[in-house]
Design a protein around this ligand. Structure first.
Ligand SMILES: Cc1cc2nc3c(=O)[nH]c(=O)nc-3n(C[C@H](O)[C@H](O)[C@H](O)COP(=O)(O)O)c2cc1C
Ligand SMILES: CC(C)CC(=O)C(=O)O
Length: 376
């Protein structure tokens, strides 16, 4: 694979081509992999191609305003940053670089609780002028889980995104083949002061055995989780709690009944159960079930301005990008992430102008037509 020439980057794919040629195998495969045959990974992107845009014309689009809000916080555009673990494998400044880029573009960043920079250090690297959320897993150790929520609150994070699709880690073949391991100079930084509760340094830590990451997750995450635990997180959190990983109308209704403040339609970037639906295919049934009671967001396969447009037309309040942030981070740290965000934001601006939309509230269901689903 030839290394993409940075001066000729014209789409988000170019950042990926660059990282493919630049990252070491262990990190590259971990970042790009998905569960099993990676059918859902591919579907997440392909499903956007089955949606037709219906442009409206002659509407004076000389000024386009992409600003919106999420959980009551103003942001400059509906394109936000999804939580991805271990960002310092992509760039030495990792999560701090991502947070600064998000702040420069006035958008929301979700920090993975399995970050290689601590909650506090990420907060301290920004001025606190754009929303930061903490992604949370419910660990077997409830005290440690609660402590993460408190640390996020104390550090100015404004919401908790509770990931509910990972009672066990999906089977990622490349990571098993590579015997994935976190490079020894990096740690799961949110747990370094709590070795006794959340063991990370024993053999289970992203270890040498063939399914090290899966073993590590199995040692930490509680697979007995159910809706009552979502209510528990709500009860110990002063900030809004969202669930990340909803794909069906049935679960969307249960989430609203459990009192969540928002829903992220997500299949974890195709990394959990393979052949799960593409998120854009699941979005509409979730939005119908929620019926406006809480905000609904989407992540998975968003790579172009028109993808964002389609997600908004089908009911998402905002979208989140996962892997593109890692590729941009690897390319050029904070500047790379800013560049990548600017690129997709300009694509969205153009998509809005060319469809006759001057604000995000102008983007309506009848701006898109969904073609019948292809067979997987
Ligand atoms: C390398 C990598 C690490 C991830 N780590 C987390 C994580 O720690 N917590 C989480 O809830 N989701 C995690 N995700 C899932 C993302 O939040 C998001 O759902 C997904 O990446 C969106 O799809 P996209 O990569 O196609 O944009 C991770 C995804 C990737 C690719
Ligand atoms: C440490 C990992 C379990 C983080 C994650 O959610 C992922 O790799 O998809």
């Amino acid at each position: 694979m030839s290394k993409a020439d940075p001066t000729s980057f014209v789409s988000l794919d170019d950042f990926e081509r660059y990282a493919e040629a630049n990252l070491d195998r262990n990190a590259l495969d971990y970042y790009r992999s998905g569960a099993q045959d990676m059918i859902t990974v591919r579907e997440n992107q392909r499903a956007f191609d089955r949606i037709i845009v219906r442009p409206r014309i002659l509407r004076d689009v000389s000024t386009v305003d992409m600003s919106t809000s999420i959980q009551g916080a103003s942001i400059s555009s509906p394109i936000c940053i999804a939580p991805t673990a271990m960002q310092r494998m992509a760039h030495p400044e990792g999560e701090c670089a991502t947070a600064r880029a998000a702040e420069r573009k006035n958008t929301c960043m979700v920090l993975s609780s399995w970050s290689t920079t601590s909650i506090e250090d990420v907060a301290a690297s920004t001025k606190g002028q754009s929303p930061k959320w903490l992604q949370l897993y419910i660990y077997k150790d409830r005290k440690a889980t609660q402590r993460l929520i408190e640390r996020a609150q104390d550090s100015g994070y404004t919401a908790i995104a509770l990931t509910v699709d990972t009672p066990y880690l999906g089977r990622r073949l490349a990571d098993i083949r590579n015997r994935f391991r976190l490079p020894p100079h990096l740690t799961m930084a949110n747990f370094s002061d709590q070795k006794s509760q959340v063991s990370q340094s024993k053999t289970t830590h992203v270890s040498d055995n063939a399914s090290g990451l899966a073993t590590y997750v199995a040692s930490q995450i509680d697979p007995t989780l159910s809706w009552k635990h979502v209510e528990w997180v709500k009860s110990v959190s002063r900030i809004p709690v969202l669930v990340k990983g909803v794909l069906t109308a049935e679960d969307a209704k249960l989430a609203v009944e459990a009192g969540v403040d928002g829903i992220i339609v997500s299949n974890h970037g195709g990394r959990q159960v393979d052949t799960a639906p593409a998120t854009i295919d699941a979005l509409e049934e979730v939005c119908r079930a929620v019926d406006g009671r809480v905000e609904v967001y989407l992540d998975g396969g968003v790579r172009r301005g028109t993808d964002v447009f389609k997600a908004l037309a089908l009911g998402a309040k905002a979208v989140f990008l996962g892997r593109p942030v890692l590729w941009a981070l690897n390319y050029n740290g904070e500047e790379g992430v800013v560049e990548m965000l600017e690129m997709i934001n300009e694509e969205l601006r153009l998509a809005m102008a060319l469809t006759g939309c001057v604000s995000v509230s102008d983007i309506k269901r009848d701006h898109v037509r969904v073609l019948p689903q292809a067979r997987l």
